[in-house]
Design a protein around this ligand. Sequence first.
Ligand code: HEM
Length: 410
Amino acid sequence: MTQPEPDILSPAFGKDPYPTYRVLRDEYPLLWHEPTSSYILSRYEDVERAFKDPVFTSENYVWQIEPVHGRTFLQMSGREHAVRRALVAPAFRGNALREQFLPVIERNARELIDTFRHTGAVDLVAEFATRFSVNVIADMLGLDRADHGQFQRWYTSVVAFLGNLSQDPDVTADGLRTREEFAAYMIPVIQERRRRPGQDLLSILCTAEVDGTRMTDEDIKAFCSLLLSAGGETTDKAISGIFLNLLRHPDQLRAVRANRTLVAHAFAETLRYSPPVQMIMRQVAEDTVVSGGTIPADSTVICLIGAANRDERRYTEPDTFDIYRDDLNSTNAFTAAAGHLAFCLGRHFCVGALLAKAEIDVAMNQLLDALPDPVLDRGFTAVERGVFTRGPQSLPIRFTPVGDSGGQTS
Ligand code: HEM
């Protein structure tokens, strides 16, 4: 070994994990990490296997998520998982997505952009990304959008609990409080929706039946909690991530602006290059040999998506953001056949991937129309934050308002 064992809890890793990912892939493809009592996997081939091979279970979510979400289908397997997934999956694709939810997505993007389209300046993180995805989910579920600040606080707290690698007690306490608050908020809404169902996703969840199985109030509450965090924090970071990647590559930004079919390429490449979810965990059911070592039965495994997606064994020049790369197919990038790991693969492949794609398509198209010549504020250096989920902390942008011929001021 030429490099010391990396520590994924170090400040240097938090600042920029990508150099550490390389050391892990090259020298420690299977590493026991004492502080988190976990084995770390970083190569594409190994992380892909961990997502697909059933010896890697999601039992870890029993302690990692259940205390705040309750039991969601992330920790289920087999028939229990398949039945629950079949109940909700149709709402996230095809006709339901196109006819019922696309107008909701378009309206939400427009309403937010209307608040800054004439101003010539916006922080895309604070004023758009963090609001857009949570508003969309709240609207899809038919919840009161006036409570969006509360939803955002809840999902931030849930995701912090999930990624609490250093076991910070304040983060744990906040997560547990969120569980109580969320249940107190949601259960009466669910009961009311059972009495008077509407057209929204919550009503679909309350009435849907597969093989004679209906979701219980607790099931639905847990699922809504999962939706707010799985669909809120991730898509929020994806939108700011795609924008930052394009701002850092002005030639590619110009190309996407001129040819909107490239939005899908830019999103696929963002998912590979700077995935919003950088790592997820698994637990092995039996002794398992990976990258020349053995992971003992029942151990926790950290699967580094961010490292695997930059593996030089899988991609040419993996540290280059290139929307034209020929080793990533943007047609299947949002399906379970994806050539990147940002949505996971296998039976827990992100059920919201097509919804995320629809949100990014709409948001990017409307933003590119409203912000013809976006540039980062002069002197501002964008900083990405987060170890478990990761994205730009803020993105203050200047632009010439459409219809204003005065040009930018700086
Ligand atoms: C760019 C945006 C997104 C990314 C990067 C992302 C990423 C992921 C990943 C990595 C998983 C696998 C977790 C695991 O197996 O441990 C997952 C699962 C899931 N995602 Fe997403 N997600 C995104 C958007 C969404 C949206 C918009 C929704 C819905 C509103 C959603 C809902 C879910 C659900 C319910 C699961 C659990 C699926 C199962 O266990 O069968 N996600 N997502």
